[in-house]
Design a protein around this ligand. Sequence first.
Ligand code: SF4
Ligand code: SF4
Ligand code: SF4
Length: 284
Amino acid sequence: MSLEKLDVASLKKSGYMKQRQRDLFVVRLRMPCGNVTSEQLAGISKIAERYGTGYVHITARQGIQIPNVDIHNLDAITKELEDNGTPPGSCGPRVRNIIACPGSQECNYGVIDTYGLGLMLDREFFGEDMPVKIKFAVTGCPNACAKPQENDFGVMGVLKPGLYTDDCTACGTCTFMCPEKAFIIDGTKIKILWDKCNLCGACIGACPSDLIYEEWKGYRILVGGKIGKHPKLGHELMIAKSPQETVALFRKMIDWSKKSTNVGERFGDCLDRVGFDNFKKQIL
Ligand code: SF4
Ligand code: SF4
Ligand code: SF4
């Protein structure tokens, strides 16, 4: 890396962000779903000691970055980070680190495998050049811990319950288990008020007679959210049936965005300009 060839915009593409202090950079790591092995973590620690000032910063988007790296050391630190399995990430107008909550692998409420989907999205989209930054978040259930509504592209795991009403004894257990109060006893039989049900799946297993079953699981797709100076919540586009369908849908939207988004215009602002219904028609 030579000072003469310094091009801050292209350095950002490789995950190096210039600090205010002369010749110092923050090196941001690629860390899909915020996961790193203990061995990699030990490696990052040694690398931060060698090239930084002995500490790392945990970013707001589940990443790790190493501050205070001298510009002359960018090539060397990159090589060591790559050997460690934690290469530098990407900043600027492109697809950023994919974030995910623990989902069904670790959380009791998780309906979908967020890490699995997060890695698929990372492989397909991470670092892709765009007219503007694009943030993805994957969350395992409607509790929305990964805040998919605040990202340009969000996914939320959902589960539709089904009922064997014929054998219902109207015991009422399920009415207490549903956080949305979506179950009501109608005469002698139970029923679900679908306008209240948010598809969280918490009722599966709640019935002592095993009358509540999983009808399907899905991937609710949210688009156009953002936070920052002018926050807005994303729109629900549809519920995809599989991780593959989810990735294919985002491919369509990423390609659409490359043609339709103005440079620097956030995806949600582009949707406001084009009209969400119009966008939806083009994508679906
Ligand atoms: S969104 Fe749901 S699955 Fe993810 S951490 Fe929160 S409660 Fe668990
Ligand atoms: S899926 Fe969730 S909101 Fe819907 S009925 Fe079951 S517990 Fe209630
Ligand atoms: S818990 Fe089962 S048996 Fe009891 S009211 Fe609900 S569905 Fe009917």
